[in-house]
Design a protein around this ligand. Sequence first.
Ligand SMILES: [Fe+2]
Length: 176
Amino acid sequence: MSIAWRDAMNVGEPMVDEDHKHLVDLINAFELAISGGRKIEHKKIARVLLSLVDYTGAHFTREEALQRAIRYPYHESHVRSHRDVLKKLSDIVTEYSRTPEGPTRDRMVRDLAGFLKEWLVDHIIQSDLRMKPYVLQMQAQKAESLRRKREALLNSQKMAGIEPALEPLGRPDLIK
Ligand SMILES: [Fe+2]
């Protein structure tokens, strides 16, 4: 069964959430390629697997940068778990490419679909959602800092007798 994206899976940072949705799409595409009792399309499987390895690596890099930006306290252990997953994925691809077409390879692919789903759900639900409070805190701090800057600018404009160029935040009645 394919994975359906739910809002509860959002970490709150659009870049990470879009990455996760794309990973879900890739894993669903993988499952689709082996479903329906049809002959397994190994060309498609190989393509999806390579995209998955590439995209997962790029996603981890983006996610780790975000964690540094929000000073995520579990950053180091999270990076270690990323390395483990990448190693496992690359081992899988190597093993897959070395196994000749036949029942063994087909069985390997079916086991793999289970592993990928389990890993993804675990990655997002168990691991990444722990970042959410830190992401939201960073966003709140950014919004507050922006509000203060605008306020300071408006005050300095008022003191200089300049017609405010910015709309004061929180005063919709003043917005033309
Ligand atoms: Fe992630």
